[in-house]
Design a protein around this ligand. Structure first.
Ligand code: M6R
Length: 612
């Protein structure tokens, strides 16, 4: 939820810190701050609001410092004020700490530290760590890493912590528990950050840190230990994308760029997934064919947009592989007694791989004997590391808070899982699987076609800028698409938006329709169960009550009575979400722009939600 960056080297620390924070601002943007290390004294500057507020303060003369830490915050404990912004300091002002996560026992710690005479400046949980570290550093003879190891033993919760002390300003110490932290290895300089994006311009060599591992950086060394001080060999890997992926590339917003990257993201996620003999290649699954045949059910766990991808998984996997699929909000899963065991396959879907609700649900599933397959977009993040197997989507870095290309690739991933299971369980033969795979292969070009003809939709959207509410209707796989359209509009345009299953309208939601209410309806592809006709009736029902109806319909389908029809290419009915979602993303994007909202960093949100 917060972005963290640390630097120690031979050049001025300010550029890597500020540039790193800019790359991490998607994680939180309520306030930002830095601490620069100079011998005997820290220079600390922090400001409420976006990083740009801090930057305008920094125009004044800065000390020349070659180490420092920086933070961009998504507020949990204490409002988004200057005072609550990180870094937090000890009472001597010589030790600074930044934090991502929650210290659950901070009230007890604070009472204990205040009783010892420490004076607190903020309402945050983090500040108690600064005071605790300060005391422990003294009893550890000035060894900040040793102090960190001791401090962590008395902390409850999930956290990444990074600290620096003025007496040894070239030393930067970090630790992680259930929250991300990666190390970047440079030449004569080293980095640590919540995400490799922060230092991708400086190095492609990264080291992952495990749970409860403490890392100590100097310009020329990286030492990792467990909490007992035992040395751990660094696990190095190469970052495979370059910094252009984390830049806007001529688009006005990351979200727009990411919408336009969808054809490639979908194509990349499909590459190499069909063997010459016509089988789906999913070696990552690590389940034997026998284990797949013996599966009794699948449970999909996810949050937000990823949950909508999970809903689509249910339609596809049940239809193709004939295995029951339950879909559950990860945040609810472990608070009941889910019926899962070793015959259950749990699929945990997460773009970031760090969503705490999904991680906790995954752990609960594993503890109850289920096998867990992660569908994830972020290499080496926590969820894939803890799952039994991982299927990576290949969307590339998604920076905008609103998820777009990650969603489409998650849906592609669950289609692949459905086809693979169908084949192994003998429900579909090779030719049936290949026929659907070939249809999947045509989706990138079809998305491209939608994006080429999107201008009229952008113009149309602006007619509804002053609407107070927008409703979305879908049926079958169009229902999760309706939910996704509504979620995008809520988070970006700050408008009341709801998605409904068309058949539910008459059970209550139709009372929301007033004269002029925009309703976006997704007309089901094909005529299965007569659902297209049922949706056409739903359209008439809302029109009769004054709604303005915009219909997303595939080419050639008759849509009598709609004010506006947005055409998408024909596809198999189950694959329609991949195409029908795109205009809804554009609608939400355009609405946010027209209403003057911050598209890439909508209010109150953060890209990766690492608190429960
Ligand atoms: O990283 P994850 O996929 O686990 O994130 C889950 C949700 O927080 C995320 O999809 C969220 O709903 C998006 N902001 C929606 O656009």
């Amino acid at each position: 939820m917060c972005g963290i960056v640390g630097y120690t080297g031979s050049q001025s620390a300010i550029a890597p810190l500020i540039e790193g924070l800019r790359r991490l601002e998607y994680r939180g943007y309520d306030s930002a701050g830095i601490a620069l290390g100079t011998p005997g004294k820290l220079f600390v500057q922090k400001r409420a609001g976006k990083l740009s507020n801090l930057e305008s303060e920094l125009i004044q003369t800065l000390p020349s410092a070659t180490s420092g830490i920086g933070h961009t915050r998504w507020a949990t404990h204490g409002g988004p004020t200057d005072r609550n912004a990180h870094p937090h300091l000890d009472n001597e002002g010589k030790l600074a700490v930044i934090h991502n996560g929650i210290i659950e026992n901070y009230t007890e710690l604070r009472a204990m530290l205040e009783a010892r005479g420490h004076k607190f400046e903020s309402e945050t949980d983090t500040e108690s760590v600064a005071h605790l570290l300060s005391d422990l550093r003294k009893t550890s003879h000035g060894d900040l890493a040793a102090a960190m190891r001791e401090a962590v033993k008395s902390l409850r919760g999930s956290f990444t912590l990074v600290a620096i002390h003025a007496d040894q300003p070239e030393v930067v110490v970090g630790v992680r528990r259930n929250s991300p932290l990666v190390v970047g290895l440079g030449v004569g300089e080293n980095f640590m950050a919540s995400d490799v994006a922060a230092f991708i311009d400086y190095t492609k060599r990264a080291v992952e840190l495990g749970q409860n591992e403490v890392v100590t950086l100097t310009p020329t060394s990286v030492e990792i230990t467990d909490l007992d001080g035992n040395a751990i060999t660094p696990r190095e890997y190469s970052i495979t994308w370059d910094s252009s992926a984390a830049q806007k590339g001529g688009f006005s917003h990351f979200m727009l760029k990411e919408i336009f990257e969808q054809p490639k993201a979908v194509a990349d996620t499909l590459i190499g997934r069909l063997s010459g003999s016509g089988d789906i290649v999913l070696d990552e699954l690590t389940l034997s064919d026998n284990e797949i045949r013996e599966l009794k059910k699948i449970v999909v766990l996810a949050c937000g947009t990823a949950y909508h991808a999970g809903m689509i998984a249910k339609y596809a996997i049940e239809k193709w592989a004939k295995i029951p699929v339950e879909v559950e909000l990860a945040s609810e899963f472990r608070y009941r007694d889910p019926l899962i065991d070793s015959s259950t396959l749990v699929i945990a879907i997460s773009q970031s791989g760090e969503t705490m609700d999904t991680l906790m649900a995954l752990r609960h599933a594993k503890a109850n004997g289920a096998r867990v397959l992660a569908v994830c977009n972020t290499n080496s993040s926590t969820i894939p590391r803890e799952a039994d197997a991982v299927l990576y989507t290949h969307a590339g870095p998604e920076i905008a808070v609103a998820s777009t290309k990650a969603f489409l690739t998650q849906v592609i991933a669950v289609y692949l899982i459905g086809l693979h299971l169908a084949r192994i369980r003998g429900v579909m033969d090779r030719s049936e699987v290949k026929a659907i795979f070939d249809e999947l292969g045509e989706l990138p070009a079809k998305i491209e076609q939608i994006l080429e003809t999107v201008e009229p939709l952008r113009a149309l959207t602006r007619n509804y800028t002053n609407s107070t509410s927008v409703l979305f209707l879908g049926r079958n796989v169009g229902f999760p698409v309706a939910l996704e359209g509504a979620l995008k509009l809520k988070e970006l345009a700050y408008m009341h938006a709801e998605g409904f299953a068309g058949g539910e309208l008459k059970h209550g939601p139709i009372a929301l329709i007033e004269s002029g209410t925009p309703v976006i309806a997704i007309l089901p592809a094909g005529h299965e169960h007569g659902l297209d006709e049922k949706m056409l009736s739903n359209i008439q029902e809302v029109k009769a009550r004054g709604a303005h109806v915009i219909v997303i319909a595939q080419e050639g389908d008759e849509v009598p009575g709609a004010e506006h029809v947005i055409r998408i290419p024909k596809s198999l009915p189950l694959l329609q979400p991949i195409l029908a979602t795109v205009p809804l993303q554009v609608f939400a994007y355009e609405m946010a722009v027209a209403r003057g909202n911050d598209v890439d960093q909508p209010r109150n949100l953060a890209k990766s939600v690492t608190v429960e």
